[in-house]
Design a protein around this ligand. Structure first.
Ligand SMILES: Cc1ncc(COP(=O)(O)O)c(C=O)c1O
Length: 405
């Protein structure tokens, strides 16, 4: 049997993720890995979950172990409507505006399925989350990258690009944006730009798909309001997830959007998985009700704050004397973005880092248009504090050797 004869054109066109390919190194205990994007498993609230899961079985066992509504269990859905109003300042939403998903990766896929026609322009940040590109790819969008700086998407560039695309007769469907502690760059869209983006999207009539997994993991300053909180015309499709604020293993996220869009997403979700696991939704609902959620976020922030500081200190200590090397200074999240001089042979740099048992993700994986050869994403949530210092020193030495070649 030759599998090639059976795989569809679409199936054959799917590309493996650059992150999966480096799993073999990042899972090896002899390596210092800056490649992951996972929470530190030591922060998982296992003891509290034992208590909450037993209670969930007692209270919701029969409903929780059964199939459930595609849109999510009513208790959690209702809770999230109130949560959005109280904590995100997203008011006036009803249950018809919200759907619970099998975490944000599914949200992205369903959003792609429901919104993208082949050839539609999808605007993305440069760089952007590569998992979003994998989720949208099967629907055949034309990606156009919008330049960003440390304050996120540059509105003037966005306006220029949209105007040019319109002149070419092209339809912009949406801008996909991770406004807070972005993956991969760690950038945060400024308050003023959040408002500008909504204005531009309304005026030019395209959607903003706002992906917000990291905003609670703030280590410096205040948590910025989500873009959706400035949306008065339903141009924002808001995605969030419990993966980074609670546990990724439950695979739970949600989307808030116009009710007709949510309805279409629910129909698409029926075909994908019928429903997200009800038991995990009830466990999460009880966990939220007990106020463990914010408690746990405080505990996580303390741990990640130390790692964040260790990463920025190590970069300062070992890399500030390397000409042409610079990095982002995120105020939260999981990632720092490293830029090395353009003349550095980045394939060689990556191979040498691997030889020295340090692994990161090459930045080019995060661009829709093949840019970013001289960039790298460095994760600080997973490595141990002492390994952060050690690994950055090794990486600095490898960069110096590669520059001096
Ligand atoms: C920006 C962004 N969006 C979505 C996801 C997917 O997360 P999940 O499916 O666990 O909610 C991630 C995961 O790292 C991410 O960084």
């Amino acid at each position: 049997m030759d599998a090639k004869n059976f795989i569809s054109e679409r199936g054959a066109s799917l590309k493996p993720s650059a992150i999966r390919e480096i799993f073999k190194y990042s899972g090896d205990p002899n390596f210092i890995s800056f490649a992951g994007g996972y929470p530190d498993p030591d922060v998982f609230p296992i003891e509290r979950l034992k208590e909450v899961m037993t209670e969930a079985l007692d209270k919701y066992g029969k409903k929780g172990l059964q199939y459930s509504a595609t849109e999510g269990v009513p208790e959690l859905r209702r809770y999230l409507v109130d949560f959005m109003a109280e904590h995100e300042n997203v008011k006036g939403q009803g249950e018809e505006n919200i759907i619970i998903t099998t975490a944000s990766q599914q949200s992205l896929f369903l959003v792609g399925l429901v919104l993208i026609d082949p050839g539609d322009v999808v605007l993305v940040e440069a760089p952007t989350y590569l998992g979003a590109l994998s989720a949208f790819d099967p629907f055949g969008p034309e990606y156009v990258s919008v330049p960003t700086d440390e304050n996120g998407v540059i509105p003037e560039k966005l306006e220029e690009i949209v105007r040019d695309l319109k002149k070419q007769g092209k339809r912009v469907k949406f801008l996909y944006v991770i406004p807070t502690f972005q993956n991969p760059a760690g950038y945060t869209l400024s308050l003023e730009r959040r408002k500008r983006l909504v204005e531009i999207a309304e005026r030019e009539d395209f959607l903003l798909v706002e992906d917000d997994p990291y905003s609670y993991l703030v280590y410096e300053g205040e948590r910025p309001p989500c873009i959706k909180s400035f949306d008065t015309s339903e141009h924002v499709v808001y995605l969030s997830t419990f993966s980074k604020t609670f546990v990724p293993g439950f695979r739970l996220g949600w989307i808030v959007a116009n009710k007709d869009i949510i309805r279409r997403i629910a129909i698409a979700k029926q075909g994908a998985d019928l429903c997200t696991g009800a038991f995990m939704q009830y466990v999460t609902y009880l966990y939220m009700q007990k106020d463990y959620f914010f408690d746990h976020i405080e505990a996580m922030r303390k741990i990640y704050k130390v790692k964040h500081a260790a990463m920025l200190e190590a970069l300062d200590k070992y890399m500030s004397d390397i000409p042409g090397v610079y990095w982002s200074k995120p105020k939260g999240g999981f990632f720092v973005w490293l830029v090395v001089p353009e003349q550095v042979d980045c394939d060689q740099l990556f191979d040498k880092a691997i030889e020295n048992k340090v692994v990161y993700v090459r930045g080019s994986a995060f661009f829709a248009n093949g840019q970013g050869k001289n960039t790298a994403r460095l994760n600080f949530s997973q490595p141990k504090v002492e390994d952060i210092d050690k690994g950055i020193k090794i990486l600095a030495d490898v960069i110096k050797q590669t520059i001096n070649k």
